[in-house]
Design a protein around this ligand. Structure first.
Ligand SMILES: Nc1ncnc2c1ncn2[C@@H]1O[C@H](COP(=O)(O)OP(=O)(O)OP(=O)(O)O)[C@@H](O)[C@H]1O
Ligand SMILES: [Mg+2]
Length: 282
């Protein structure tokens, strides 16, 4: 199978946001399985070595497939831990070396690499952001989440200044440009949008629409608030699996959720996604 990337190296997707619980790991597993279903090879690097949510999702998936005799597409999984040591400088150096060699190895072996970041600032997370070809930032549909991207006037809801996370991405873009003249396609998606709170929904939409021009991200519709996203974790399943897995019954909410995933995958504009794949063996 040919790589989706021009230079035959894996394309790197980083899912990051310093805000905890915004839907990074949930988005990540759905993107990974969508890519695997298209026969791309995918390696996951889970940088959240404390919670390991994405790694546990994949482990649950493996166990569920074995218990139910199912053939489920599986990514390659790697959890990267922060180095131990008494000097920050040494730890940073060790982490940089470990991360770079892992990335170099995976770049040769896979079509896509997906890096899931923890919900807080960390050295490894910053490093990962500088290597992103696409950066995906899910934000919950609330001004508490938007606050990490920009300070918003409480009276007019106008963007007043950029916040910590946007500044960090700005830095990552500069480092990336210096390293290999690469660019980062930054995508902000809204998660857990509710049909009930129309006023808040509209305001968050207006702020993100204004902000996307100032910070240079693409703001795309993401996922609605749906119980199914919480229920899938113990089985390690995603909505992408449902069509191939007759054991699971589809409800209207599942169908709508699957549409959201498909829409997101199109919106990401990943290399090769919208064109038929060419197999090397053909
Ligand atoms: N669209 C959604 N509807 C309902 N529940 C959701 C949705 N997205 C995520 N969740 C739930 O919200 C919780 C947090 O999601 P998730 O673990 O994906 O966030 P995260 O950003 O990876 O968190 P962390 O920062 O802790 O790594 C989980 O229980 C998940 O099942
Ligand atoms: Mg997570």
């Amino acid at each position: 199978m040919t790589s989706p990337n021009k230079n035959n190296k894996a394309y790197t997707i980083v899912v990051g946001n310093e805000k905890g619980g915004s839907g990074k790991s949930t988005s990540a597993i759905h993107i990974v399985v969508s890519l695997l279903e298209r026969d791309y090879t995918v390696a996951i690097i889970d940088l959240d070595a404390r919670q390991k949510s994405l790694a546990r999702y994949v482990e649950n998936r493996q166990a569920y497939a074995e218990q139910h005799n199912l053939k489920l597409v599986m990514p390659d999984l790697h959890v990267l831990k922060r180095a131990d040591g008494d000097s920050i400088q040494k730890m940073n150096q060790e982490d940089t070396e470990k991360f770079s060699s892992l990335l170099d190895e995976f770049k040769q072996k896979f079509d896509y690499i997906l890096i899931d970041c923890p919900g807080s600032d960390s050295f490894l997370s910053r490093l990962a952001h500088t290597s992103a070809d696409t950066l995906i930032t899910p934000v919950n549909d609330s001004f508490v989440d938007v606050d990490l991207l920009a300070k918003v006037s409480p009276d007019t809801y106008k963007v007043e200044k950029l916040s910590l996370y946007s500044e960090m991405v700005w830095e990552a873009r500069k480092i990336r440009a210096m390293k290999d003249r690469g660019t980062i396609d930054w995508i902000v998606l809204r998660n857990r949008t509710s049909a009930l709170d129309a006023k808040n929904k509209r305001r968050v939409h207006e702020v993100l629409t204004e902000l996307q021009k100032r910070v240079a991200f693409r703001y795309v519709p993401g996922f609605g608030e749906r119980v199914i996203y919480r229920e899938l974790f113990p089985k390690g399943l995603t909505l992408v699996d449902f069509s191939n897995n007759n054991k699971e019954k589809m409800t209207m909410s599942h169908v709508a959720a699957r549409q959201e995933i498909r829409r997101l995958m199109d919106d990401l504009k990943l290399p090769g996604w919208n064109t038929p794949k060419i197999n090397a063996a053909e």
